[in-house]
Every structure is written in structure tokens, then in C-alpha cells.
Ligand binder design. Sequence first.
Ligand code: NAP
Length: 312
Amino acid sequence: MVKSDALRYTRFLTYGDSAIPAVGFGTLIPDPFATKEAVKTALEVGFRHLDCAERYRNEEAVGSAMREAFEAGLLRREELFVTTKLWNNNHRPERVKQAFDASCRRLKLDYIDCYVIHTPFAFQPGDQQDPRDDRDQVIYDSDVTLLETWHALERLVDAGDCKSIGLSDITLRKLREIVAAARIRPSMVQVESHPYLPEWDLLDFCKERGIVLQAFAALGHALEPRVLDDPVITAIAQRVHKTPAQVALAWAVQRGTAFLTTSTNPRRIQENFDISILPEDAMREIRYCITTNVRFNAVVETGVPGFIPSIR
Ligand SMILES: NC(=O)c1ccc[n+]([C@@H]2O[C@H](COP(=O)([O-])OP(=O)(O)OC[C@H]3O[C@@H](n4cnc5c(N)ncnc54)[C@H](OP(=O)(O)O)[C@@H]3O)[C@@H](O)[C@H]2O)c1
């Protein structure tokens, strides 16, 4: 029997004094009914950090699950850290506040803990989330810079609408530029990261600046080559009497990142919350003995999400 410890309750303090729960539940679930059920289960098992996005087209379902949990007395709003994200067609500064308010309305919240620019790529402004030309190529918007969009997010913090702001799918080079020019620094940076894509340089930079690196696809999106079948991970899992997923998630927190994982399976949702501290030798083995290097999601290169059904 593995003794339970407090790793799952880890919080990281960031610039702006937000305390971000390290253990986060992602809501990229295509079906709204499944979204609501999964979020309810996540809150029941103890997740206190939800990651949402206008692009996921299910903020209403997440909002209903949160509302029911608040009304049932399971938790209070202020105990929950909610992130949602501005999509690429809303990068023009004059569109930001409207997009933010619409997310709040759908989520049934009157503030957001961290509002994040979903990708650094601006798409043609308008109602289409995935604007394409007649050759099916994405229509980008070259008339707005990431810094201009960032300044619009800073104004949301000034107005008290959101407590902190962040970036996602960003490279270290672009992050440095924003950090150098920002009036309000990013609290959080959300990027793909797991044992096959550890992003150590980005993590070092974030730690030096008091920015939380939030790892999405912390289990490698369940794609091949499967992180959860890696022999280093499975051997550690056997040794410490945990599952491979719990090993990968504990590693994420112990090296200093927040993580996002998603499941619609109640048993796995519970499993992903029940993480425990790994011994130092296991941490070293994951860092130095795993040599596979894979990026599963190309969104960082194009702004086009790899895992959302395309709805035009
Ligand atoms: N910023 C971005 O561009 C971006 C991109 C992608 C994702 N995200 C965010 O990150 C969140 C997490 O990403 P992700 O969904 O790819 O995470 P993930 O946890 O790496 O992968 C989820 C997949 O792993 C399976 N799984 C979950 N727990 C498991 C376990 N204990 N054992 C075995 N398999 C397990 C799930 O299947 P079952 O449902 O069958 O359990 C699902 O297929 C998203 O929901 C979203 O909020 C952000």
C-alpha cells in the first residue's frame, strides 16, 4: 500500500501572487455531455484547476458543471483556479474584451484566474475560428502583433476582470520578447511537455522569471510512441506501486511544472489526481535514461490545433 502524501496539493506561486494548483484538469473533450460529467468527476475527486478555451466550444458545459458543484457546496469559487483562452481569430485588441466577456458568460463566472492567449498566431478577425482560403490554407492576420494582443490582456488585469494572464504554444524566443516588453508579466506559459518533450530550457527560463510552466499532454496525448509504455516509466511504476500515468504526472510536478491531463473515464480521473512523490533516483532516470524525443502536437508551429474537430 503506497502512503499518500501532499504532492497532489502542490501550488506554485507566480508573478502577481496567484497560487496555481499544479494538478490541472483539461477540458478538451469534444462532446459537451461528456465534458460536463468529466468536469464534475474531476471536481469531486479533488482537482482544483480547470483549463478551458473558447476554441473547445464547450465552455457552457464546463460552466454548468462548476455551477452545480458550487451550488452543492462541494467547493467555493475562490477555491478553484480557472484558466480560459483567447482564440486566434480574436487577437485584434478591440476584439479581446468581447471574447473574454463571452467566455465568462459561457463559464458562468465573473472573473477568470488566468486568461491565456491560446497561440501566438493571429487568424483573420471574424466569427470563423478556422478561416480558410479557397485552397484550404489558413488565413493569418499580419496586421496585429502578439505584443498588441498582450497589451489588451494587460488591460483586463488593470480592470480587475482576470487575476493573471499567460501565453500558450509559445517558443522560448517569442516568450523572451514578450517578457522583455510586457508591463504585466505572464504568470503562466502552457506548452506541450512530457517525458518525451521535457522543454528544460523553457522551464529554466520560466523558473528564473517566476512564471509557471504548465505542461499540456502530460501523458503524451495517448499517442504513439506511448509515454505510458516507455520501459523506464513502467519499471519505475512497478517499483513504486503506482501506474505509469501517476509516475509521469508526479515527475511533472516534482520537476516544477503544473500539468494538464484529461480523461472521460472516472477511474482514470481519480488515478490522475492520486499522485505521490517519486524517489530522487526515479526522477534522475526519467531525465537521463529516456532518450526518445517527440513533439505530438504541431500547434506550436502553425497555430492550427491538432486535436480539435474542425468546425467552420
Ligand atoms: N494549449 C494548447 O494548444 C493545448 C493543446 C492540447 C491540449 N491542451 C490542454 O491540455 C489538456 C490535456 O491534454 P491531453 O488531453 O492531450 O492530455 P493527456 O492526458 O496527455 O492525454 C489524454 C489522453 O490520455 C488518456 N488518459 C488519461 N488518463 C490516463 C491514464 N491514467 N492512463 C491511460 N490513459 C489515460 C485519455 O483517454 P481516456 O479519456 O480514455 O481516459 C486521453 O486519450 C487538454 O484537455 C487541454 O485543456 C492545450
